[in-house]
Design a protein around this ligand. Structure first.
Ligand code: PLP
Length: 473
């Protein structure tokens, strides 16, 4: 190697390839509808196309971009296809992509206020905006006892809430008991394990016919745990369960949480965004009784992963449970008490400038633009549900409250499995399934940024055709 050799891209090369890269992204998104939604490769196919070892000498960026098309794209499940109806919405948008890019270009670490004041203050400000935009309880605002922070995921948010609740309970960990419903997301159980509790310290509370947690069952369970000398400390309620979009009755659960001094965390990861529209704010009825809350703009608010908005009623409790001050992080701003150091609100130390993309999205679309997409997706889902209802071969497994339709062919699990496999191997649409009441149930989740009525119509026609072709099974 020569002395002083410079391996970097020049600024001119960066501009050139930067423009090409944006062109690539625009072309990809323009053409994504033509690609199979679910990747059709076999395990190992992608690695087989990659060289055994890393290159000794650097390669041209042209060669790298070429491999994106030739090696990577065939191995993508194309989440941004308007025909993606699997799992949950994961819409992205041009302003969000650009926000990510600028964040990468700045490359700042926002662990402390002092390590980039703008990173902290923009985040606080945008999360305060969202309290108004969703009409969340005012104590979640940074000017009150609480505040908001961006976490990487709803999984981290519920874990952090659990750790704060554990601290608040001040009891032996082996005696602590956490509660959630049988329909809650798997991340709640994972959080319980990570926080040092055993699986036996988690109660899965029964749900009613609407798949929402039954408050009476919760109360009974808490009473019997107290009688057994245990300490109930954490309830995780869900607004929009992943399986069926059930909305737990927050007001009743909140009253129980208050009575027994238990931390109530509300997981609105998938559905919280609906509260952008006044007519859907009923989903958060009772949220004022919660100690913490999260929803994912990286699901239904056209913001690239990762971006979970997490709020606490009392920030002091959260900070107490997570703050450690080593010598090398000490600084005047932190000691003044006038600033927020978000490293004390999360598990890792380091943090990206994630509020940029959220700020870009909110400013580009405005509240009105964001409401437009929520309303559009819900209207499409409701229309799809009507088609299901009016077809005697099919039934709804639950009344869809928002934009997720759970339905099944009445012929039993086998035919539903055939429909699911045929749909997904066709590459034309991608759907996932769940079990409700032990029955295989198809889930039509409508919330991608570019999904139009035509996409939903085509999906229903395809489902209908496959059902026809398998009549009599
Ligand atoms: C998607 C989802 C999660 C997990 O979200 P991550 O941000 O990926 O951790 C948790 N809870 C609910 C209700 C969800 O829909």
């Amino acid at each position: 190697m020569e002395e002083n050799q410079n391996y970097h891209m020049t600024s001119e090369e960066f501009r050139h390839w930067g423009y090409k890269t944006i062109d690539w992204i625009a072309d990809y998104l323009n053409n994504v509808e033509e690609l199979p939604v679910l990747s059709q490769v076999e395990p190992g196919d992608i690695r087989a196309k990659l060289p055994e070892t890393a290159p000794q000498q650097g390669e041209s960026f042209a060669a790298i971009l070429k491999d994106i098309d030739e090696i990577i794209v065939p191995g993508l499940t194309n989440w941004q296809s308007p025909n993606f109806f699997a799992f949950f919405p994961t819409g992205i948008s041009a302003p969000s992509i650009l926000g990510e890019l600028i964040s990468a270009g700045m490359g700042v670490q926002g662990m402390l206020w002092a390590t980039s004041p703008a990173c902290t203050e923009l985040e606080t400000h945008v999360l305060d905006w969202l309290v108004d935009m969703l009409e969340l309880p005012l104590h979640f605002k940074s000017s009150n006892t609480g505040g908001g922070v961006i976490q990487d995921s709803a999984s981290s948010a519920s874990l952090v809430a659990l750790v704060a609740a554990r601290e608040q309970a001040k009891a032996d960990v082996s005696k602590l008991v956490a509660y959630t419903s049988t329909q809650a997301h798997s991340s709640i159980e994972k959080g319980v394990k990570i926080a040092g509790l055993s699986r036996e310290n988690l109660r899965l509370i029964e749900v009613g016919a609407d798949y929402a947690m039954q408050p009476e069952a919760l109360q009974q369970c808490i009473e019997s745990d107290i009688q057994a000398g245990l300490t109930p400390f954490y309830i995780a309620a869900t607004v929009g369960t992943t399986s069926s979009n059930a909305i737990d009755p927050l007001a009743k659960l909140g009253a129980i949480a208050q009575k027994y001094h238990i931390w109530l965390h509300v997981d609105g990861a998938m559905s919280g965004t609906a509260a952008l529209c006044p007519e859907y704010r009923w989903i958060h009825q009772g949220l004022e009784l919660a100690d913490s809350y999260c929803f994912n703009p990286h699901k239904w608010m056209m913001t690239n992963f990762d971006c979970t908005c997490f709020y606490v009623r009392d920030k002091a409790k959260l900070i107490q449970s997570l703050s450690i001050m080593p010598e090398f992080l000490k600084n005047q701003a932190s000691e003044s008490g006038k600033v927020i150091d978000y490293r004390d609100w999360q598990i890792p130390l380091g943090r990206r400038f994630r509020s940029l993309k959220l700020w870009f999205v909110i400013r580009h679309y405005g509240i009105e633009g964001l409401q437009h997409y929520v309303r559009k997706h819900i209207a499409l889902a409701q229309e799809f549900a009507e088609w299901v209802k009016s077809d005697p071969r099919f039934e709804l497994a639950a009344n869809p409250p928002l934009n997720l339709v759970c339905f099944r062919h009445q012929g039993g699990d086998e035919i539903n499995q055939i429909i699911l496999n045929s749909l997904n191997s066709s590459g034309k649409i991608y759907l996932t399934a769940t079990k409700l009441d032990q029955k295989l149930t198809l889930r039509m989740s409508i919330g991608q940024a570019t999904t139009e009525k035509l996409n939903v119509q085509q999906a229903w026609e395809l489902i209908s055709q496959i059902a026809d072709a398998n009549e009599g099974i």
